[in-house]
Ligand binder design. Sequence first.
Ligand code: ZN
Ligand code: ZN
Length: 393
Amino acid sequence: MKKLVAAITLLSLARLVLPVPCVAAAGDPTPLVRTATVFPEILDGPQRYSVLRGDFHIHTLHSDGKLTPAERVREAWAYGYDVIAITDHRNFEAYAEALPVAEEFGLILIRGMETGLHEMEHLVTLDFADDYVPRDPHSWAESEGGPRVYYRQQWRKLTDARGFVLYAHPHVGFNGAGAWAAETGDPLDPPLRHGLREPIRWGLAEGLLHGIEVRNHTTDRGWGVVKNRGTLWFPMALDWAEQYGLTVFANSDVHPARAEAGNAHEPQSATLLLVRQRSREGAMEALRAGRTVAHFGGMLCGRREMVATVVKGLTRVDFRSGPNGAGRVRIENLGPLALTAELKGLDLKPVVLDAHQTALVELANAPDELSIAWTNAVIRSTESLVTIHRCLR
Ligand SMILES: [Zn+2]
Ligand SMILES: [Zn+2]
């Protein structure tokens, strides 16, 4: 245990305050105000990425949502999203209606629809060809030969039409008593009791499942959601994402206005994309390459490599020795999201760095190496990212 001679100093350049936007209807003279979340460029070797905030699961009046497609675009703009997909159940009529509004607001819009198995797994599909004709959407049969289309036939038709498919709020359906089979309502208690049913296992084996929601903002009970790290999410989905190479999503699945939906007391969830190009093509390339991190409940959550890239890109750690073996650690948060750094082996409370804050920690004895656990940067259901820093002498 190293002794501290000075407490942490926090230098704050700015605090991130995210007010709830007032989303007025078109024609209303109330100004529509956007709060944008500005990220620095993320460098990964020679590659430079821009960070986009995305939401790829949204409903409108074309299914059971309460807003029109145009209102959804204005709302997403006001809430600081850069890219969205409207994903009504069974149809994609919203796309054509929303596209001119999205273009006017500078928002990237991706064609989407929610489909899947009859009363079981829900699948959100993105960017499929515009001539794709859905058959029995959201009602695929689990066996062949019945009146409804067999899921294997229709799922493949969707991916043949270039559809990107993600597993939404990844519950596994009803049990005989009508309750969600995977519903635990309990804190995370590994080993997790959730499982994948045959249709999803088949989709994985065939390479037809590309992404998964680790967070669905609307799901505040049931549906297999787990209370963990102070919020409701699908920790097992993060482990499946790592195991099967799935793109990680935190989507809203919003039905009413955002301010009234689901976990309304929490800031909106977002899927952060690392894009090479700010366009529909750039966003889809990032999704297909798995370059996303979910942001919700104060966490950054994703596959190990992506979370490491994002945390490295959003921070600067300078660890060096001074006279008589003393040392100093300077940790800068260059980004707009709060990060918590736990300096391993030191008798020190975790350092919470708000947006654009810098912390200085002075040590009586500098070790050769320092491990930092970024406790709100989550890479597995039970594991946070750890980075190692050598002391510059
Ligand atoms: Zn759904
Ligand atoms: Zn939905």
